[in-house]
Design a protein around this ligand. Sequence first.
Ligand SMILES: Nc1ncnc2c1ncn2[C@@H]1O[C@H](COP(=O)(O)OP(=O)(O)O)[C@@H](O)[C@H]1O
Ligand SMILES: [Mg+2]
Length: 250
Amino acid sequence: MLELKSISLTLADEKNEVQILKDIDLKLEAKKTYVMTGPNGGGKSSIAKTIMGIYQPTAGQILLNGEDITSKSISERARLGIGYAFQQPPRYKGLTVTELLSIAAGANDLKQQCDILFDVGLCAQDYLEREINASFSGGELKRIEIASLLARNLKVAVFDEPEAGIDLWSFQKLTETFERVHEKHDTTLVIISHQERILRLADQVIVVSDGQISELTTAEEFLSEIERIDLNCRCRDDCIKGEMANAECN
Ligand SMILES: Nc1ncnc2c1ncn2[C@@H]1O[C@H](COP(=O)(O)OP(=O)(O)O)[C@@H](O)[C@H]1O
Ligand SMILES: [Mg+2]
């Protein structure tokens, strides 16, 4: 249903051009839950932003139900049913929570707004009339952004590290919500996460490292691999061989 074909992405930092994504092929099927994980800086958020149209790939194609959407803008992709909740959400200054949910997410009904906020662990009466400004904590902003995505009827919803800055109770609520979305709606869920509870929701785990998909596996297999990882990292081994045993691992 969503297909990335030979996607490469090069971006320029202050000094030079860096290849961020390297020839990525990925097929996401309808109604399935995917959890994308892997080391920091591996390219997970860049894949999500390329799916949303925030980054334009340097090579390759993106297909949604067979239609080539590579050259479509962010808003065109949003209309086609693709949504992305940022790792670090922007602040929609000047809007109240109720306005955001109704204008940006199309949730006009008060009951619907209350239900969605409850699903992300926020009490509606404390939030609906509040203006989204600097008084919101990172975790509150994140949950409001997740809520606005949950309100939309999406074909593909990408949540970028939804657990960040969220307390345990809300995290529990959120996990249940993802589970329910999966059971009830036709949405293809892509959750970028490092949390075991979230990994266990996956029909498939996508491991991204060094700008590539290094592994497609199941949650069980992935979690058992993690248990087998030798804590004495390769760098430390090399340091020891070079008689630099006190060097820091990085
Ligand atoms: N706009 C950008 N300009 C230059 N480099 C970037 C940009 N966005 C991300 N990168 C780099 O791309 C790599 C992958 O980043 P990212 O996709 O955020 O990784 P992840 O989400 O897996 O932690 C990192 O090395 C990061 O520094
Ligand atoms: Mg990221």
